[in-house]
Structure formats: C-alpha cells, structure tokens
Design a protein around this ligand. Sequence first.
Ligand code: FAD
Ligand code: MG
Length: 299
Amino acid sequence: MHDVIIIGGSYAGMAAALQLGRARRSVLVLDGGHRRNRFASHAHGFLGHDGQSPEAIAAKGRTEVLTYPTVEWRDAVVRQTAADAGEFIVRTEDQEYRSKRLILATGVGDELPSIPGLRERWGQTVFHCPYCHGYELNKPPLGVLGTNPLSVHHAVLVSEWAAANQMTLFLNGAFEPDTDQLADLQVRGIQVERERVIRAGGDAPSIDLTLQDGRTTRLEGLFVVPQTVLENPFAKQLGCALEDGPVGQYYKTDLTKETTVPGVFACGDAALAMGSVSFAVADGAMAGVATHRSLVFRR
Ligand code: FAD
Ligand code: MG
C-alpha cells in the first residue's frame, strides 16, 4: 500500500513526486516513457533548461526524484484503475498496486491530419507551438496547416516568426474563413491556399508540401493544431469529469488539481487546456503539494 500512486513519470508526474518525496510519503511512479515531446531533439522555454533535449531534462528530473528513498519507480504501462472503499487500485499487465491517493499525469496524444509524410516530420519541421520552436526558424517562409477555424488565429500568431509576406495558411478543405477573417489575413500579408495538401516531403531544415494540383511549396516550418486525446480509459473507470478544451478533452480539476473524484488528482497536459513543460512542472508541483495536504488534513 502506497500513500500515492502517480501514473505518468514525465515532467508533471515527476514534479508531483518531488514534493511528495520531500514530505517523506511513499510514492510509486508508474511510467510508460512516452513523453509528448519525444519527437523533438530540443525543448525550449523551460527556465534553467532552455535548448536541452527532452530526454536530458527528464533524466535529470528522474535522478533528483529518485534521491528520495520513499519514491519508487516502475517502467510500466497502467491498464486499469479502480476506486475501492476510499482507496485506489492500479493494474499493469502483471501487477496490482494500491494507494490512498492517485495522481494522473498521463499527458495527451496528438492526432495529426492524415497526410503522408506529416507524422514522420512531427517535432522536426512540423510543429504546433511557435513559442517552443519559432525562434530557431529565424524568420523563414512558414505555413499553418488548417484543421479547424482556430487555425486562422494560429496563422496570425505564427506569422510573427515568419519573414514578411512569407506566411501561408493551407486551408486543406478543413474550413472556410469568414469575410472578416479573410480581410484580417490579407492585411497581415498571410496568403490563403485552398488546394489540398496531399504529401509532405523533403529533409530538415526544409519541408516540401505537394498540393493536389501538382504544385509544391518549400517551407522551413509547418505548424498545425492537432486534436489532443486522453489515450487511456481512466476518466471513465474512476468517474472523473472532463472539460472540453479548444483542441480536446482534459481532466476537470479545482485549483488544487483535484479531479471531481475525491482523492484523485490530475496534472500536466492531461489537466490543462494548453501544455508546455513549464506549465506541466508547475501543475505537477501543485498536485503534489495538494495531494500531500489531503493526506494530512483529510483522514
Ligand atoms: P508527458 O510529457 O506527455 O508525459 C506523460 C507520461 O505519462 C509519459 O511518460 C507517458 O508514457 C506516461 N503515461 C501515459 N499513460 C500511461 C499509462 N497508462 N501508464 C503509465 N504511464 C503512462 N513544451 C515546451 O515547454 N517546450 C518545447 O520545446 C516543447 N516542444 C514540444 C514538441 C513537440 C513535438 C510536442 C508534441 C510537444 C512539445 N512541448 C513542448 C509540449 C510538452 O511536450 C508537453 O507540454 C509536456 O510533455 C507535458 O508534460 P506531462 O508530464 O503533462 O506529459
Ligand atoms: Mg508526467
């Protein structure tokens, strides 16, 4: 029996584990090792670690967390969770664990449009966050691949990192901007391409998009807003309510990161409308502290 089981040992989960380890609570971290940014060679915007690899940041965090003797770690994928008389049961392929509290730090998955060549370039020349990857692109021709009406907003934002008049919004049949949006895009020098994108090719630092009519466009970065998904059944199994965010669902929590099920906390991308390493770490720290307090004050 552990005080706390944390499912997901990435930035959010480790930040929670750190607080709980420092409070000398018994913690079990179960981690599948599939961080959302594993496709990128460098991570940016996380103070103290700017430009380091996602793996290096995670490895350093793991070393720090495992310094605390009450923190245990298993590389394992959790298949099932259940609540049982005020306790929680967590099952992997071959083990069952119990705890008084549960922290869900499982992140989200990204569903990219199914264009051949896109997935392979994710994190290399295809990105979603200009704050993470825009600066290194150094004002080249950029594009936004339309997925829904939010892509107009995304194109305007990303154009800040593009050379003047070198920004294209590829609608790709996903939607049609309204008159006001078209006027705004024009004023900002953003081209609108209506022909469908059928293929992404080329090698970093360039990406070549082939359009249905045979034309090709060379960019140095293509941005896309993917749909995000919670890739596990834990919300349903535990009865946690979800929120509808602009790009996908995430756990509904209060300010202390407790879900709608008492004793179950959620943090990081799985419990935020908008993700980054910094946000995940802050969110995880809050979840760790709040989980500890719930063990102290709620008996
Ligand atoms: P994650 O890092 O996604 O980790 C979730 C963990 O939970 C994983 O280890 C996973 O294996 C584990 N897990 C999930 N389900 C289970 C299960 N059933 N059992 C056991 N373990 C499980 N942000 C930045 O700040 N800077 C950047 O430069 C940056 N670049 C990015 C590049 C790309 C291509 C992408 C897609 C994202 C990028 N991000 C960046 C965003 C960043 O990756 C996320 O915001 C961050 O990883 C969220 O941390 P997290 O701990 O919530 O989730
Ligand atoms: Mg995590």
